[in-house]
Design a protein around this ligand. Structure first.
Ligand code: PMP
Length: 337
């Protein structure tokens, strides 16, 4: 069957990503686990959607004038999305990023034409944090907007208006559960709100990595973190504006080891090369699927997000030395050096 779409505008390539049934995770959960292929966006991550919505919103509010600059602080993927959307619409891009993120993301941002500023990683309360640095740069520039993905709810609107209705239609109006991890929280909050608007019984679960404070927040009301994670793009310590009123029904905490196990299995068994946040999401989806099955719902359908391509992490997740330096298990096909 040929089902290949035609587009008259490159920006229409953002979104409308395929949803794929994941066989290993489905077998492990005992029910259907579906992955939304966000690596199929032009910038190879879920953040293209937020970038497009944030820039369109700034234009609609008259804040972004022709020839203007979009400034953002990002772990990388949002910057890549912004750089592509800004190029397509004639804007310039300045990206501020912590210098511990993957080399591939930095090289990609430079290759796309973004001006890249790197800063040492630090606490959010520190004025030199990448988010505050990006805000100051935007304030000091003529005809510039600060994308502010953490607290600009145009981000989660992208998922209310596109990701959630896509999943709903792709699963023909029967979704029992959805889960993913939070960086800004735009995806979990926006997809959660969008799916609940279709059916309030859809169970929305937050999947948190170690080192983040949201698992504890939704479990006990207290923002408290435990452990650490090397996952990029996820792990939040505060309630961002995008997370306010997020309809979270339950929560799971997933270790890097468990996430990496799914990254390895999805690559070796299903031919999908993904980043660690996708592996953590799939582990969360299996946990949510098992919870639903334990309640007698053997026909449950759970969806999650396959956030970005693993090609972005060749020097980290797919590098034996790097994995060993983080005391993480090395994929057996990588050898020991
Ligand atoms: N995974 C990756 C790889 C990301 O870059 C991000 C964005 N920070 C996320 C997951 C989380 O998405 P969100 O910001 O919508 O919570």
């Amino acid at each position: 069957m040929i089902n290949a779409p035609v587009r008259s505008d490159t920006l229409d390539l953002i979104g409308n990503t395929p949803l794929v049934l994941l066989s290993g995770p489905s077998e492990a959960a005992g029910c259907e686990i579906w992955g939304k292929c966000e690596f199929a966006n032009p910038g190879a991550s879920v953040k293209d959607r937020a970038a497009l919505w944030i820039i369109r919103d700034a234009e609609a509010r008259g804040e972004l004038q022709p020839g203007g600059t979009v400034v953002e602080g990002t772990a990388g993927n949002t910057g890549i999305g912004i750089a592509l959307v800004a190029n397509a619409l004639g804007y310039k891009t300045v990206i501020v990023m912590p210098d511990n993120q993957s080399r591939e993301k930095m090289d990609t941002l430079r290759a796309l034409g973004a001006e890249l500023v790197t800063v040492p990683p630090t606490k959010f309360a520190d004025p030199n944090h990448f988010v505050h640095t990006s805000r100051r740069i935007a304030e000091d520039m003529e005809n510039a907007v600060w994308a502010n993905q953490f607290d600009n709810v145009a981000n989660r609107r992208a998922h209310i208006e596109s990701t959630a209705p896509e999943i709903w239609e792709q699963l023909e109006g029967r979704v029992d559960g959805f889960t993913c991890a939070a960086g800004t929280g735009g995806t979990i909050s926006g997809v959660g709100m969008g799916l609940k608007a279709m059916d309030e019984n859809v169970r929305i679960a937050l999947t948190d990595p170690h080192g983040a404070a949201l698992y504890s927040y939704f479990a006990t009301g207290e923002l408290k973190s435990e452990g650490t994670s090397v996952a990029e793009g996820i792990g939040q310590g505060r309630i961002t504006a995008n997370l306010e009123d997020a309809p979270i029904d339950t929560q799971f905490r997933i270790s890097d080891e468990e996430g990496l196990e799914w990254v390895a299995r999805l690559l070796r068994e299903e031919g999908l090369c993904l980043g660690l946040s996708s592996g953590i999401n799939v582990a969360g989806a299996v946990a949510l699927g098992r919870q639903l099955v334990a309640e007698g719902r053997q026909d449950a359908r759970v969806a999650t997000i396959l956030c970005d391509t693993g090609f972005r992490y060749l020097s980290t997740l797919y590098n034996a030395e790097w994995l060993a330096s983080k005391n993480l298990p090395v994929f057996d096909w990588l050898g020991s050096s």
